[in-house]
Design a protein around this ligand. Sequence first.
Ligand SMILES: Cc1cc2nc3c(=O)[nH]c(=O)nc-3n(C[C@H](O)[C@H](O)[C@H](O)COP(=O)(O)O)c2cc1C
Length: 332
Amino acid sequence: MNEKQAPKPISTSFTRLLDCPYPIIAGPMFLVSDEELVIAVSEAGGLGAMPSLNWRTPERFREAVRAVKARTRKPFAVNLIVNQANPRQHADLAICAEEKVPLVITSLGNPKEAIRRMHEAGGKVFCDVTTLDYARKVEALGADGVIAVSAGAGGHAGPISPLVLIPYLKRHLRIPIIAAGGVATGEQIAALLLLGAAGVQVGTRFIATEEAKVDPAYKDAILRSEPEDIVMTLRISGTPAAVIRTPYIERVGLDLNPIEKLLYRFPQTKKAMKMLRYHLGSRALEKAAHQTTWKEVWSAGQGVGLIDDLRPAGDLVRSLMRECRDTLSHGY
Ligand SMILES: Cc1cc2nc3c(=O)[nH]c(=O)nc-3n(C[C@H](O)[C@H](O)[C@H](O)COP(=O)(O)O)c2cc1C
C-alpha cells in the first residue's frame, strides 16, 4: 500500500464540525509541536495542534500562526493554558481570535473567556477534561467538544481508563468527545470510535515523526521504551506528569523535596512554589528536548510500547486512518 495514497474520509461529528476528512488531532505538545508538524498533519487531513507557549512571546506566537495560515488552508488548533499561572493567556487568546484560529484547545483553569472570545470570532473551543464533573461544567459554558484525557496519556494524564471514560462521558454529554491517551495504532482508534468517541487526540506517537522538533536521542527513547518505563513525576509542574524512567529520573526521584512539600502546604507560599517548580521543570524539559544532556527528562505516555518506527507525520496520519478503516470494515 502506497503511504502517500489518502484513505477514504471517516465522517464523525468532529470531522463535520471542523470540516476535515479524518477524526484525528495531533495533540499539542510543549517543546515538540511547531509549525512544521502542524502543517504536515493538517495537510494530510488530520488537525495539527500547537501550544501557544512554544513561542517565547505573544508576537512570536502570532508569527507562527500566520506562518501556518500561509502554508495550509486546512483547519488547525492552538492550545491555551487558561489557569492563573499563565500570564500570557489573555494576549494569546486575543491573537487566536484576531487570527481566526479554527480551534482552540484549553487546558487547566476556567475556559469561559476563551469560549466567549472564540465564538465571537467564529472559532470553536474544545476543553481538556479528565472527569465527568469538569466535562459537565465546560459543556454548560458552551464548549464545542471535550478532549477526554485518560490514564496512560503523555503529559498530565487523567485517572480513568479510556475503556470507561469514553462511554461514561458519552452517556452524559451531548457535545463531541475526543479520546486522548495511549493511542498509537489505527486499531485503537477504531475501538475508541466504537466506544463513542468522535475522534482521537494523539500525542506521544507524533514525537516519533520526522517533523517533531526534538533531539534524536528523545525520539530514540520513544522507540526503545515500553509502557513499564513510564512513571509519573511531580517534579515537572507540581501535578503528576508522565515521563520516561531514565537514570536521571531515577536519581532525582519522582516526588517534591521535603522543603518544597512544606512550602506547598501554606497558602502564602504555595503559589510561588508552584511557579518555581513549573519554571524549573520546564527548563529541565527544554534542555532534554533540544540537546544531548545526561539530565534526560523526556515526557511520554504508555503508547511508547506500540511505537517502533519514525516516519513523516503525513504518512503516519494516512496509515493510522487506513488501519482504522480496515479494522472498522473487517472487524477483528
Ligand atoms: C511531550 C508532551 C508534551 C505535551 N504538552 C502539552 C501541552 O503543552 N498542552 C496540552 O494541552 N497537552 C500537552 N500534552 C498532551 C497531549 O496534547 C495529548 O493530550 C497526550 O499526549 C495524549 O496522550 P498520548 O501521548 O498517550 O497520545 C503533551 C504531551 C506530551 C507527550
